[in-house]
Design a protein around this ligand. Sequence first.
Ligand SMILES: Cc1cc2nc3c(=O)[nH]c(=O)nc-3n(C[C@H](O)[C@H](O)[C@H](O)COP(=O)(O)O)c2cc1C
Length: 352
Amino acid sequence: MSLFYRAGMTFARALPAERAHKFGIAAAARGLAPKHDAAKHNILKTNLCGLDLPNPVGLAAGFDKDAQVPDAMLAAGFGFVECGTVTPRPQEGNPKPRLFRLTEDRAVINRMGFNNGGLEVFADRFTARRGKGGIVGANLGANKDSVDRAQDYIDGLTRLWGLADYFTINISSPNTPGLRDLQGETAMEDLLGRFQEARHNLAGDQKSAPVFLKVSPDLDPTAADRIVDQARMYGISAIIVSNTTISRPDDLRSAHKGEAGGLSGAPLKSRSNMMLKEFADASGGRIPLIGVGGIENGADAYAKIRAGASAVQLYSALVFEGPGLAAQICDDLAARLKADGFKSVAEAVGAV
Ligand SMILES: Cc1cc2nc3c(=O)[nH]c(=O)nc-3n(C[C@H](O)[C@H](O)[C@H](O)COP(=O)(O)O)c2cc1C
């Protein structure tokens, strides 16, 4: 880690959380993020729903909400980057402060509320990076005041068609009132049915980019069977498990533990792993899973892969470690796979 980069991290840690994040994005946009070869380890090359990934360690949604720095994050060593959540119209999000570091718990609480510059700015940035390579997905959401939320996801799909390498239907953020209700059976049927129709109309005879569905770790675990069935019925390519939790483990220590919003980072690990296991059991290998929640190191990434994840994503640990963490995780993951005699990531998926 360069001295310059280390000084930047120290500076960022001293700022209030949201300003630190802005600083991080600005630094990455100026080429100051660390650079690591995402394709360093042959054993980590993998295919996710038709996407060729140099490694299975992705940047989770929420870090780059406005698609400002996907290429810098790919260059830092991530195997894929998910930008967004983007909503059709720009929106301010919730009043500040709305992002809190729980340093003692290696966790974050956020109630950002889908602050973003809207679909047009987002799509322009995807257009500007066309042809650059690397897998960059678009995480789609709905405006808070939208009267037809399902239509917002379709608007996102339509505008970004041909630009994003994959799409994620995010119906699991806890900070837009009522959004998680879209995970209910009837609402999901309406949303996924209409989304699939729009996708077919856009694709014609062409192959569509994969579509992922991102779920909450606060679901009743018995919902996993039903969601897997519905996802398969409506052509969803993979399920991302999970978003942040509104639960609060008893052993949180930080002063900010009482803040409202979604909790992520280390204290989310066991809950999101439990939910991943539920989805792996429900899926029985019929639909790929992407494991997210509390990944801090190679062991955490490996545990999710062994529990059934074909790829993983992370965000909160970057707040404490910086974007160089992706490369560290890849080094460690490659060593763990080799030590256990696996020849590829795919071989280790679900190998408990
Ligand atoms: C500040 C912050 C903002 C987030 N914003 C989004 C978002 O806009 N859309 C989304 O799908 N997930 C969002 N997430 C959730 C992450 O993508 C991820 O699912 C969650 O944080 C768990 O992973 P982690 O423990 O590695 O952070 C956000 C997380 C954080 C910490």
